[in-house]
Design a protein around this ligand. Structure first.
Ligand code: APR
Length: 311
């Protein structure tokens, strides 16, 4: 059996950590590509030299040449600059649009059948751009944000309740920015709704910390942004595709009328499996959560319009 092939674009903090998780989990062979010469080659060689200790048979190679990425099954795009203290994800817009646009054209040329998972920020707009530039069916282009935001939400809830994180199922929808929408009614501890377990003011404080979860880390790090949880979240999506596991995840996917949002990439619940986004799930949100989701979509739309990406 030939192993699946995953390309990770960007050998920085998020990309190299994602690559490490993929080979250590033996999900696929990995090609790590970056614009900086030597960086992906050095990191890939270092990871291969950990194989004897960690006990994995999967392979990783580093390269600066897109030819080596040919016929990838899945491509994770992390190329771009990360934010510094005081910057919002939106401040990265023009720089990362140039980088992501160029990367996606190369990827589409060599891996026309791949599934693209975008991680670069500002996430929703970069995913929209990747879809347009790739020319791929929208099912095969989606972004990682909701899994990360939900993971942060779950952690804060497990801390507040002093309960195992394994029992927490959290859901955050909307754009990956200040307007994201934690949904307490879709958040449970082993089936028990969060609203049964914590008072409203405590939930609101956790929602707020979740919305600022990335910024809190940027403030600590000062020279870059989070990468352990972002890489773990991206790899969870890679795994759902490679294993065809049809997981229900919050995904930055192209909407076509769901939740009153059309032709826009935004965080919605969806089934992720072998074909990518198999189906967006539309459920009844409370009027205030629905309004918050639509406001979040509008914020994404404004950025899409700044970039003049036509739908
Ligand atoms: N092609 C390939 N790689 C590129 C290109 C390009 N055109 N331009 C930049 N890169 C590479 C950089 O050389 C660097 O190695 O992208 C990598 C980015 O890595 P970091 O600066 O460490 O940033 P990281 O923390 O990994 O974040 C990457 O993910 O979470 C988002 O907001 C974050 O947009 C940022 C991205």
């Amino acid at each position: 059996m030939t192993r699946k092939k995953v390309t990770v674009v960007g050998a920085g903090f998020v990309g190299s950590t994602a690559a490490q998780r993929i080979v250590e989990k033996q999900l696929a062979d990995v090609v790590l590509i970056d614009i900086v010469e030597g960086l992906p080659q050095g990191k890939a060689l270092d990871m291969m030299q950990s194989a004897a200790v960690e006990g994995f048979d999967t392979h990783i190679v580093g390269t600066n040449d897109y030819k080596d990425t040919a016929n990838s099954d899945v491509v994770v795009v992390t190329a771009g600059i990360a934010r510094k203290p005081g910057m919002s994800r939106d401040d990265l817009l023009n720089t990362n649009a140039g980088i992501v646009g160029g990367v996606v054209e190369e990827i589409a040329k060599y891996s026309p059948n791949a599934i693209l998972i975008v991680v670069s920020n500002p996430l929703d707009v970069m995913t929209h751009l990747a879809w347009r530039r790739s020319g791929f069916d929208a099912k095969r282009v989606f972004g990682m944000a909701g899994v990360l935001d939900s993971a942060r939400y779950a952690f804060f809830i497990s801390e507040a309740l002093n309960c195992s994180i394994k029992d927490v199922r959290a859901m955050v929808l909307g754009g990956h920015g200040d307007t994201m929408v934690p949904v307490p009614h879709f958040t449970t501890v082993n089936g028990v709704t969060l609203t049964e377990l914590l008072p409203a003011d405590k939930i609101e404080a956790i929602n707020d910390r979740t919305r600022n979860g990335g910024a809190e880390i940027v403030k600590h790090l000062k020279t870059g942004s989070a990468y352990y949880a972002p890489s773990a979240s991206a790899v969870a999506m890679v795994e759902a595709v490679l294993l065809g596991s049809n997981r229900l995840l919050p995904v930055c996917a192209l909407t076509s009328g769901e939740y009153g949002i059309s032709d826009l990439y935004c965080g919605v619940p969806a089934i992720v499996g072998a074909a990518g986004v198999e189906k967006i799930i539309e459920v009844n949100l409370s009027p205030s959560d629905l309004a918050a989701l639509q406001a979040s979509a509008n914020a994404v739309k404004e950025l899409v319009e700044v970039l003049k990406i036509t739908v």
